[in-house]
Every structure is written in structure tokens, then in C-alpha cells.
Design a binder for this molecule. Structure first.
Ligand SMILES: *Cc1c(COP(=O)(O)O)cnc(C)c1O
Length: 433
């Protein structure tokens, strides 16, 4: 057999012998911004009391101002992570022990576990088979008299069906929280992701489109929700009295404050965001165009009225059409490629599935979260976390979907073509798998 036509998995020459470029959006502008703050000597200006510094220093306040201009919301509250922002949002919403919050099983874990921090109960709904976001029909079927909120995630960078989620939320008097950590600058019907719910949350951790090390931003058009988030961010209980707050529900604050250095870096990153998202979109268009010529691979498409910001590129895989299991196919593709610079140990960043459905985590399977007596699950014996409760997500994760970020803004046309050529080669030689 022609050596070129042997799979690298079986000792043939790989499609690519160079590492892929690393995605690093941090440059001279961020360095200068950080130096400016360090030289000022003011690394944070938050004060945990009701005074001028309660809402932070100049960099934090400027970041919030620029964020709300970019995203078109009335308020922005900068915090130290999106995880903090989600906990803060649910606290501000008044969610409490035994309240139910409908969540997705297909996201980073905090998108489903944030309610636990207030003693509330995550209730899992299933996802859409082609868009992977919360399925509105499944959501509606999970609403009970105890439901207080829906926490929807724009997974991979594609907005949820907020038209229908909004109808459901309004019909049942629920708060709608949007985790847009993966979807900055995605749109639905002309509105930016993050502004489609009552509160939206963004992440600035180092894996996201833009980052400042660690950080997050919550946005809202609601004055009272935003003010309550500012309180929870910064030791609410110490401030409630002097400020004259009368609604003390969940005003047990924390330190979720962002530093001035992070805010200064995030301001520079925000300027770069449109260009970085645009490049990802171009790269994904090129990749999708080529990969979907393979009959077993398809892209789920965009929701009408939506744009995608491609944190990851999710693709559907039809094992029957391919005649071999997804993970075996991907193993062969990975053997044709090389890892990413600086992340060699992680191997080729191509993933069969995404995350295991979150209800499979031990805390849900064993119903142990706060303390050793099963609180808060003990308040909700009726809520089921058995394997099988969300069949669509289970099938996607174990068979139907794969994803990768080998389309980020530092990937050249040649890099993208190598990825696609590896898929083509494995497709052609799949009978050997
Ligand atoms: C990254 C991520 C988070 C958490 O972000 P942190 O800033 O690390 O807390 C939450 N939700 C989703 C969907 C994410 O991708």
C-alpha cells in the first residue's frame, strides 16, 4: 500500500508534523495597562463599607461602563469570575432553600451547581438535539410551583431559544438568567447574548475568547437586581444597615471583587473582542464547509435570527453512516495531527462529546452537597438525578457530538486545512478502523 495512504494510527506518516499555534490574545496593550496600574500602587480600591469605594476603583468602574456600552445593557457588575457572577445573580434574584432552578446538564458544572450555594435545588432539563441548548419543551415540563428561575447557557457560543424561554418564564413568573460565558458578541434577533435574560453572565477566565486571568461580569437592565448584585459582591451584610436596605433576603455578602489590574487588562481585551470573534467565525465557516462534505459529519446550523461566537466548534457525528464509533474515528484523526504549542501534554484538542451530563457528578448521584445530611437535596426528595433523565444529552455526549477549538483566531488557513485533511484521510481509510 502507498505509505502516504496509511493511517498514522497504524504507523503511516501523519498529515501534520508541526504543533498548532497557541491562542494568546494578550499583547503589549495589556502589558502596558497592567504596568500602569502597578505603578499607580492602587491594585484594588474596593472598600467593604458604605462609602465612595464600595463599588471599586477607576479601572473596575471604567470596565463596567465600557462593558455596558459594548453589550447594550443598563448595568454591568464586574466580579472575580463567572462562577461568582452566577452565584451572585441567583442570590440577587432571591432564590433560597428548597427553591427549584431549572438548569442544563451540558455545560461547565457551575452553570448547574450555582443554586446549591443558596440551598436551592438544580432541576435538570434536556437539551436540543442540534443546538445543544436547553430545550424549551423540556424546561416547561420541569416547572413546578417551587420553580423560581431558569439558568440557560449559550453553549459553545450559540444563543438559547430565548424567545420561547422568555414566554415560559413570563407564564410562570420565573427569573431568566443567561450564562453567556461562551457567547460574547453572539446575537439573537438583534440583541447581544448576555442581554437576553433578566441577568446575563460573562467569563474572563483564561480559556475564554478574551480574558484577564480570572474575572467575570454580570449585566442586567434591572436597577434592583444590579444593586443587589453589587451588595453581594462586596460584604452586603456590613453595608445593608448604613445604606438603609430593608430587603435583607440573601444579603449575606462575599468578596467577589475584581482587582484594578484585572480590570485594566480586561478593558484592553474588550477592545480586541470583535476582531477575535470575527476571525473565529471565518475560521469556522471554512472548517465547516470542508468537514461537512464528509457524509457522517454535520453542523447543527444556526437558530433563525442567531449568530454564533464559536467558543468551541460543535459537530454532529453519525456513527452508523461512518461505520465506526465516533471515538475510534477521532482517535485516528488525532494521530494525524499534533498538539498545540504550550499545551503539548493535553494532546490534540479534539473532544468526543463535551462534558458528562452534570447530574452524573457524585454530588448529585449521592445527594451530598452542604453538610453531611444531604442538604439541600433533603428538601426535594421528588427531584430525580437518575441516569437517563435527559436522554438527548446522554446520547450526544456518548455518541453524537464532538467539538474542538482548532479554529481559534491564531489558526492560519494552512492550519485549518491540515485539520480538515486529517478528517478526510481518516474518512477515506475508515474501513481499516
Ligand atoms: C467558563 C465557564 C464558566 C465559569 O467561568 P469562570 O470565570 O471560570 O468562573 C461558567 N459557565 C460557562 C458556560 C463557562 O464556559
Amino acid at each position: 500500500m502507498n505509505a502516504k495512504k496509511q493511517l498514522a494510527l497504524f504507523g503511516g506518516p501523519p498529515v501534520r508534523d508541526r504543533l498548532f499555534p497557541r491562542y494568546n490574545p494578550i499583547g503589549a496593550e495589556e502589558k502596558d495597562a497592567a504596568v500602569r496600574v502597578v505603578e499607580s500602587g492602587v491594585l484594588s480600591q474596593f472598600m467593604g463599607s458604605w462609602c465612595d469605594g464600595f463599588n471599586g476603583g477607576p479601572e473596575v468602574r471604567s470596565l463596567e461602563q465600557e462593558w455596558l456600552t459594548q453589550f447594550g445593557s443598563r448595568h454591568a457588575v464586574a466580579v472575580n469570575s463567572a462562577s461568582s457572577a452566577l452565584v451572585c445573580a441567583l442570590g440577587a434574584a432571591g432564590v433560597g432553600p428548597g427553591d427549584e432552578v431549572i438548569v442544563t446538564p451540558f455545560s461547565m458544572c457551575i452553570s448547574a451547581t450555582a443554586p446549591l450555594f443558596w440551598g436551592a435545588i438544580p432541576v435538570f432539563a434536556d437539551v436540543e438535539p442540534r443546538h445543544f441548548c436547553l430545550d424549551p419543551d423540556s424546561v416547561e415540563s420541569k416547572v413546578t410551583p417551587r420553580t423560581r428561575a431558569i439558568l440557560a447557557v449559550d453553549i459553545f457560543g450559540h444563543p438559547c431559544d430565548f424567545v420561547r424561554l422568555r414566554q415560559i418564564a413570563d407564564r410562570h413568573g420565573l427569573l431568566l438568567i443567561e450564562d453567556a460565558s461562551q457567547a460574547p458578541l453572539a446575537h439573537l434577533n438583534g440583541k447581544r447574548a448576555g442581554t437576553l435574560g433578566d441577568i446575563g453572565v460573562f467569563s474572563l477566565n483564561c480559556h475564554k475568547h478574551i480574558h484577564c486571568g480570572e474575572g467575570g461580569v454580570a449585566v442586567s437592565d434591572d436597577d434592583s437586581l444590579a444593586e443587589r448584585m453589587r451588595l453581594i459582591r462586596n460584604h452586603a451584610e456590613a453595608v445593608a444597615g448604613p445604606k438603609g436596605e430593608t430587603n435583607l433576603v440573601n444579603l449575606v455578602g462575599h468578596n467577589m471583587r475584581m482587582t484594578e489590574i484585572e480590570a485594566a487588562i480586561a478593558r484592553e481585551q474588550l477592545k480586541k473582542l470583535p476582531g477575535l470573534v470575527e476571525k473565529r467565525r471565518e475560521n469556522c465557516a471554512r472548517t465547516v464547509d470542508r468537514l461537512t462534505r464528509i457524509p457522517a459529519i454535520s453542523f447543527g446550523g444556526l437558530r433563525p435570527g442567531a449568530s454564533h461566537s464559536f467558543y468551541l466548534l460543535p459537530l454532529l457525528f453519525d456513527a452508523q453512516e461512518a461505520g465506526c464509533p465516533r471515538d475510534r474515528f477521532l482517535e485516528a484523526v488525532k494521530a494525524e495531527l499534533r498538539p498545540t504549542q504550550g499545551r503539548e501534554k493535553e494532546g490534540v484538542k479534539l473532544y468526543g462529546g463535551y462534558v458528562k451530563p452534570i447530574y452524573m457528578l457524585p454530588i448529585f448521584q449521592q445527594r451530598i452537597a452542604l453538610g453531611k445530611n444531604g442538604f439541600p437535596f433533603s428538601l426535594a426528595p421528588q427531584v430525580d438525578y437518575s441516569p437517563g433523565i435527559c436522554p438527548v444529552v446522554e446520547d450526544l455526549h456518548s455518541n453524537g457530538i464532538f467539538c474542538h477549538d482548532l479554529m481559534h483566531a491564531a489558526m492560519s488557513a494552512q492550519d485549518l486545512d491540515d485539520v480538515c485533511t486529517a478528517f478526510d484521510k481518516v474518512w477515506e481509510l475508515r474501513r481499516h478502523l
